[in-house]
Design a protein around this ligand. Structure first.
Ligand code: NDP
Length: 679
């Protein structure tokens, strides 16, 4: 056997490395045959870390966020074209086609999503500005700005066995966008699937060398090579997380550690829901789906089913009826709903957990020691029946023991406070769900549960059709949870990228702040070379290019005309007596939108030219009322220039300040335009 299964290789320091011993076997979850062998004996982990730091990191950080996002999108497209070969491996982990879609298509979709967020929400630059400018001195010569920069370190990603594709890609994509080269360490049991993905990515040649390395085998000694600026993202057991937390380089060496560990997620049925309501069925379906998808080997699966005492019998009966329809067996078979656990060892772990749960809960469905299987050998494959338990009053174990398989426990609650208190006994979870159609119940439960959860799904008849379900982490939403769940946070759109970067508060003069950030800062120099900036292409425009308009009087006729023309006859613009009584205005004032419209007329250069479109306004504030016969003038200054990589135009953000005759600012905003790259 040993010489038939291939030895997995690591991709290290620019080449595929093969250990020269036989390695440990990884067995097919369904047949027990060897799929692969795994060993990293002789692999130079120090050289991998050095390669990431000196080759991958610099190459990656030379690219802008948009260029990195473009590469990620290309990788996702390439993987999509080759996903069928990944499905073949995925069956061998015990996963059905549906389970594999969550892992493979879900992983690829996550890369697409992160790439798209990167293009839309990050600048075409290497620095990200966090929040607005802080004026730190009265004279405006001392300002503050938070900036995010890439760390010159390496991102080590230690992944769990259950999502060999998604688990890798959901960490890799944000790290890559953040400018951090990755060393991926998959769990041994399913590393053959991760290896197949990495092989595909490396073969595509899309990513700069050194930005992705793979460690198949033991990570012993890897953390010793890490130091300040390096980070470790871990998903797995609380036990391993504890070891990593106590590693000397984490404790004393400045290595940042993010943990996703055990999580006793709950789903709460609202007290408003009776068996006649549609939410009852939604609840039952949700629990059964979470118990059986991936054979319950999901960090987000529902382990605790919290129901009002009055509904405990009805819910238990409905769950049992539905579980009885679940067919277990060969995941390749169309008739099978639930495949195998990842290994016989893992099945033993789950059986032990069920045994512990039985101290305070009785089994109401399933036999942990026996299951009928379709199209497979029940002895050789790691099959397990779904097991539903019902907790006795005051049960302790269901809140402490995580059975990482198709196992859930029904627990009764007295009232909403009790439901929240029971949920909190999980000591922090990745996700919870609340199934209710009652707004008061929804608010009370969500506000009570939120401090203990990273994500909450509120399910009812209205969102059920589009709901992605309790157990699906989404790339645009935060994944992670407090306390026992590890305290880490991943994904969440751009938040997941920024987690890999350093936020620094920079204090400087406006001119130097402009130079540092690449964005024009209020108070810094403007350039007026006599050419209207609307006549300049993207290539010609410079940060700070400016135009100040001639003044214009705003007459009472202008205000009346605007009121009549738009229908905005609000009393402050039309009724002198009522306007005089307004404590803020003390008389007729111009509409804010009139001021902004007149300002556009003042700054525009109307002839055809490089400016293609106006696509919005940000941060509009009306600061001082404009009264009839006041004059206004506007200054427009190029604030930020963002070429679009795949278009022949880019975005220009203009700082607009409208002032009155006394020089007071009456309105400030950013004008957003699209400008051709060349004339
Ligand atoms: P482990 O914690 O054993 O392994 C997770 C990862 O850590 C694997 O890649 C593993 O590598 C690696 N690892 C193990 N020991 C060390 C070490 N000393 N230093 C560095 N890395 C190490 O978890 P499993 O994947 O085996 O899952 C076991 C349990 O974890 C499950 O039963 C479940 O309770 C929990 N789990 C929780 C998840 C969550 O997100 N909440 C997800 C998956 C699992 P190797 O495989 O080579 O040992």
């Amino acid at each position: 056997m040993a010489d038939t299964a291939p030895l997995l290789e690591s991709y290290a320091a620019g080449r595929w490395f093969r250990a020269d011993d036989e390695g440990r076997p990884a067995l097919d979850a369904v047949t027990g045959e060897e799929v692969a062998r795994i060993s990293s004996t002789g692999l130079d982990l120090g050289a991998m870390v050095a390669h990431a730091r000196t080759v991958g990191g610099p190459a990656l950080r030379a690219l802008t966020f948009h260029e990195r996002a473009g590469l990620l999108k290309a990788v996702a497209k390439d993987l999509l074209e080759h996903k069928d070969e990944l499905y073949e491996f995925s069956f061998r982990t015990g996963a059905t086609r549906r389970d594999s879609a969550v892992d493979i298509d879900g992983g690829i979709g996550t890369v697409f999503s992160i790439a798209s967020k990167g293009t839309r929400e990050l600048p075409n630059d290497t620095v990200f500005l966090d929040g607005g400018l802080e004026q730190l001195g009265k004279g405006g010569t001392f300002v503050g700005q938070h900036v995010y920069t890439s760390r010159p370190g390496v991102a080590v990603q230690i992944n769990a066995f259950n999502f060999p594709v998604w688990g890798m890609l959901e960490k890799l994509a944000p790290a890559f966008l953040a400018g951090a080269p990755s060393i991926v360490k998959p769990a041994a049991q399913t590393a053959y699937l991760t290896e197949a993905v990495v092989r595909r990515i490396i073969a595509s040649g899309l990513l700069p060398e050194g930005t992705l390395q793979l460690l198949c085998g033991s990570p012993d000694g890897l953390l010793d090579e890490l130091t300040v600026q390096d980070q470790v993202g871990f998903t797995g057991s609380a036990h391993t997380a504890g070891l990593l937390r106590n590693h000397t380089q984490v404790l004393h060496g400045g290595v940042e550690l993010t943990v996703e560990a055990d999580s006793l997620n709950c789903s709460v049925l609202g007290p408003d829901v009776t068996p006649d309501e549609p939410e009852f069925d939604l609840f039952v379906k949700g629990v059964v789906a979470e118990m059986t998808v991936k054979a319950g080997q999901k960090c987000t699966a529902i382990r605790r089913v919290l129901v009002p005492r009055a509904q405990q019998d009805a819910v238990t009966e409905a769950l049992v009826a539905r579980l009885a329809k679940i067919t277990v067996g060969n995941p390749r078979s169309e008739d099978v709903r639930m495949g195998a656990l990842v290994s016989l060892d893992q099945r033993e772990e789950v059986r032990k957990a069920i045994q512990s749960l039985r101290a305070s809960a009785e089994i109401v469905f399933g036999d942990p020691d026996h299951v009928e299987v379709v199209d497979a050998d029940a002895e050789r494959g790691a099959f397990l029946s779904p097991v539903l338990l019902r907790a006795a009053d005051g049960a302790v174990e269901p809140h402490d023991v995580e059975p990482f398989g198709p196992v859930s426990t029904v627990i009764g609650y007295d009232d909403l406070d009790d439901a929240v208190a029971l949920a909190a006994r999980g000591k922090g979870s990745l996700v919870g769900s609340v199934v209710t159609h009652d707004p008061t119940v929804a608010r009370a439960l969500v506000l009570g549960l939120a401090p203990y959860h990273g994500r909450l799904l509120v399910l009812d008849r209205d969102d059920a059709g589009e709901s992605t379900g309790h157990g699906s982490p989404l790339p645009v939403l935060v994944h992670g949870g407090p306390g026992r769940a590890g305290g880490g946070e991943e994904l969440g759109g751009i938040r997941g990228v920024l987690h890999h970067m350093q936020r620094t508060a920079v204090q400087a003069s406006p001119d130097l702040m402009t130079a540092i950030t690449g964005r024009w800062t209020t108070g810094s120099k403007r350039h007026d070379d006599g050419v209207h900036p609307f006549r300049k292409s993207l290539a010609e425009l410079r940060i700070g290019d400016t135009i100040t308009s001639a003044p214009r009087k705003v007459s009472r006729e202008d205000i009346d005309h605007f009121a009549e023309f738009t229908g905005d006859t609000f009393y402050a613009h039309t009724d002198p007596e009522a306007a005089a009584a307004n404590p803020l205005f003390g008389g007729i004032v111009a509409h804010g939108y009139l001021v902004v419209s007149l300002a556009a007329g003042l700054f525009v250069d109307p002839d055809p030219g490089p400016v293609l479109a106006n696509f919005g306004v940000d941060h509009l504030r009306f600061l001082t009322p404009v009264k009839a016969d006041d004059t206004i003038a506007v200054t427009l200054t190029v604030k930020a220039i963002t070429p679009r990589t795949s278009a022949d135009y880019g975005e220009v953000r203009w700082d607009a300040v409208v002032v009155n005759g006394a020089g007071e600012a009456v309105a400030t905003y950013d004008v957003l335009t699209l400008v051709a790259k060349s004339l």
